[in-house]
Design a protein around this ligand. Structure first.
Ligand code: ZN
Length: 119
């Protein structure tokens, strides 16, 4: 597991923590163990890889607002399921992360996408 890596912006670091917590929550409730199962730790590693590759840094929109959709089809399905399950539960478990994510979703629009050169 690639846990020692530092991401290039605070924004991405927070996003890494958020998705990690969401996967932990989902796995704990749905796959029963106290440690992350193989599938979920694969998903977590994959999500981290995507964040490392994300070209937006501090301007990263919430993934749901992004037009790039960098996830592979099957990983995208899996992460969507995690978000559907853990999203509503994050507010009581990790209110700070949940609120910050809602703010990102509302205020950081993919306007930043056009400024960068990938489209
Ligand atoms: Zn799991």
């Amino acid at each position: 597991m690639a846990t020692g890596i530092k991401l290039k912006s605070k924004r991405l670091e927070r996003e890494r923590v958020t998705i990690g917590r969401m996967i932990d929550l989902y796995c704990g409730k749905n796959h029963g163990g106290t440690i992350l199962c193989a599938d979920c730790s694969e998903l977590k590693d994959y999500a981290l890889q995507r964040l490392i590759q994300c070209p937006f840094g501090d301007e990263k929109p919430a993934c749901s607002n992004c037009t790039v959709h960098c996830y592979k089809q099957d990983m995208r399905q899996r992460v969507k399921e995690v978000m559907r399950f853990s999203g509503p539960r994050m507010l009581s478990k990790h209110p700070y992360l949940a609120v910050m994510h809602l703010i990102d979703e509302k205020f950081i629009k993919p306007r930043a996408l056009r400024k960068s050169k990938i489209i």
